[in-house]
Design a protein around this ligand. Structure first.
Ligand code: ZN
Length: 308
């Protein structure tokens, strides 16, 4: 059983007109998944206790105070709050929590969280890069602290470095965070020398214009051996689709087949060590057609591979 978590109130997080992280992104993803054989659920908002594993109370208070009654509150040059943003961000985190509950408790083998805003750039006390809460890190901490899992891998193939997830899991020896990303590219972090407080972070920067063959080679030679040695009890995925050749924000040239390939390898990893337990959370992807095509293919692999 592959579980799909989405909620219409994700659309209440609106960015100013012309912003690439737009309501239409999730509409495109939902349309691509429409009719696919999935179990569908609506999530609830993440409780404070789950958010507080990653963000301090003063950060939750500051966001609540900043949320406008109408229009937008600009948090930095490209991150803003609209009246429905915190509801959407809490639902996104809540969806990831429910996805973890479902795969750990056996209600589903794997799950896809089709929500926005994305999360992997949100640091402990700093919203940035269109992100408010560190959704995938919050899910990792929930799996470790609430469910008592021993080891959680977080694999981030978004074209941008997952600086927020890295920040939130930097000192968490029960997690291994692996990020592939274009470099140089915003946010500028993610050098190979950034390895975490416990050698629990692996960064694999990829040069601009490199294609899926370069990515697959690094996966085969470096990343998958490391992930297999870690032997995770759960695989979390920060699934950004902005490394696609058609994406307007970056210069990698992956195809939908590359996203299919990496999803197959991550299912292999989950089946080898974690009983198939895998939770994938939508991050970036800004060309609507490429996003729909790649995300649809990604979820179709999850559906086909739920049993091995
Ligand atoms: Zn991205």
């Amino acid at each position: 059983m592959t579980l799909l978590l989405t909620h219409p109130d994700a659309d209440r997080h609106e960015n100013p007109p012309g912003h690439p992280e737009q309501v239409a992104r999730l509409e495109a993803v939902r349309a691509a998944l429409d009719g696919m054989d999935l179990t569908r659920e609506s999530p609830q908002e993440a409780p404070d206790a789950a958010l507080l594993r990653c963000h301090p109370q003063r950060y939750l208070d500051a966001l609540a105070a900043a949320q406008p009654a109408e229009g937008w509150a600009q948090l930095d040059a490209d991150t803003s709050l609209s009246p429905g943003s915190l509801r959407a961000a809490r639902l996104a985190a809540g969806a990831a929590l429910r996805a973890v509950d479902a795969v750990v408790e056996g209600d589903a083998r794997n799950a896809f969280v089709a929500m926005r805003p994305p999360g992997h750039h949100a640091e402990t006390e700093t919203p940035m890069g269109f992100c408010l809460f560190g959704t995938v890190a919050i899910a990792a901490k929930h799996a470790l602290d609430h469910h008592g899992l021993g080891r959680v891998a977080v694999v981030d193939f978004d074209v941008h470095h997952g600086n927020g997830t890295q920040d939130l899991l930097w000192d968490e020896p029960r997690s291994l965070f692996v990020s592939t990303h274009q470099s140089p590219l915003w946010p500028g972090t993610g050098a190979a020398g950034e390895t975490g407080a416990h050698d629990n972070v692996m960064n694999v920067p990829l040069p601009p214009n490199s294609d899926g063959r370069v990515f697959r080679a690094r996966m085969q030679d470096d990343i998958l051996p490391r992930l297999n040695a870690f032997a995770p009890d759960l695989v979390l995925v920060s699934a950004g689709f902005d490394a696609h050749a058609d994406d307007p924000l970056a210069q990698l040239t992956w195809t939908t087949e590359d996203f299919v390939w990496v999803t197959e390898r991550l299912c292999d990893l989950a089946h080898a060590h974690a009983g198939g337990r895998l939770v994938s959370c939508l991050e970036g992807g800004y060309d609507l057609d490429a996003l729909a095509d790649a995300a649809g293919a990604h979820v179709d692999v999850l559906r086909r591979r739920e049993n091995g």
